[in-house]
Design a binder for this molecule. Sequence first.
Ligand SMILES: NC(=O)c1ccc[n+]([C@@H]2O[C@H](COP(=O)([O-])OP(=O)(O)OC[C@H]3O[C@@H](n4cnc5c(N)ncnc54)[C@H](OP(=O)(O)O)[C@@H]3O)[C@@H](O)[C@H]2O)c1
Length: 296
Amino acid sequence: MRMRILITGSNGLLGQKIVRQLLKRKINFLATSQGENRNSNCPAEFFSSLDITKKDQVEKTVNSFQPTAIINTAAMTNVDECEEKETQCRLINVDAVKYLLEISAKKNIHLIHISTDFVFDGLNGPYKETDSRNPLSIYAKSKADSEDILTQGNYKNWAILRTIIVFGQGENLSRTNIVLWAKETLKKGEELNIVNDQFRAPTWADDLAWACIKTAELNAKGIFHISGPETFSIFEMVQRIAVYYGADKSLVKPISSSTLNQKAKRPLLTGFILDKAKKELGYNPLSLEESLAKIV
Ligand SMILES: NC(=O)c1ccc[n+]([C@@H]2O[C@H](COP(=O)([O-])OP(=O)(O)OC[C@H]3O[C@@H](n4cnc5c(N)ncnc54)[C@H](OP(=O)(O)O)[C@@H]3O)[C@@H](O)[C@H]2O)c1
């Protein structure tokens, strides 16, 4: 059967990268996001507005497009905002996943859902797929609960791709990402205070998009860890970004997480063991510098 992929959250960074790769590979898709299409690379005939918190809209869109797979990239992704707006966060990150699973089960659609390293508490990273979770924030709990909807149901045609700090270039994004922000700030010659006690494996959005599409192509099932290949401190990450762009590395100042007073608690050491994704999907992510070289 020929693939027909429904993407949610196509205005977001990951959604835009999936659209780009599907167009290039001439795979049939429908891109959807709340509101209008803000991605000029996505032709109007491939786009339809869809708010995934509206069950009737979800059903109508799925019944009309008849996808073989749904890739759910839509989410409330601002971790501190989720602390303040718990109800909205749970509506988007948990309830909507129920609607997507229900219709997928009804029509035997492969549901591919994106989750996060934040489902872990950061005490024992790097993590493998089977490690036990302990979410520390409202965002993290909402994502862990969304995973449970899939893992604890009777319907088994699903995959969960957990990922970590996604970066890349997008158009009209509703929020920036670490590479774009660091590059812009360094260009202005401003100092950046960056935590040196949180460790992550940053993920190039294009690699993650590739993994989402591969998961659909293989009809792969279960949980997969998808991140960049190296884990280092966020401080080192920004220093390496500075060096790559030929900026003054001394503008990057180390600080401790405790001085930041962020609303949401973050895990300290995450990072993923990628063996399963490498073996089952053929996933082979680029290093930070290799990805920066590809970002225009
Ligand atoms: N970015 C990261 O560092 C990171 C790390 C770990 C996991 N993840 C997960 O990876 C996935 C993709 O992340 P991303 O970086 O691409 O996020 P993003 O750039 O924030 O994109 C998310 C998109 O979802 C859309 N959206 C929000 N509510 C919606 C609704 N009710 N109906 C339909 N669309 C809705 C947003 O629309 P608007 O643009 O109009 O607001 C946005 O375009 C998310 O599930 C996220 O939780 C991301």
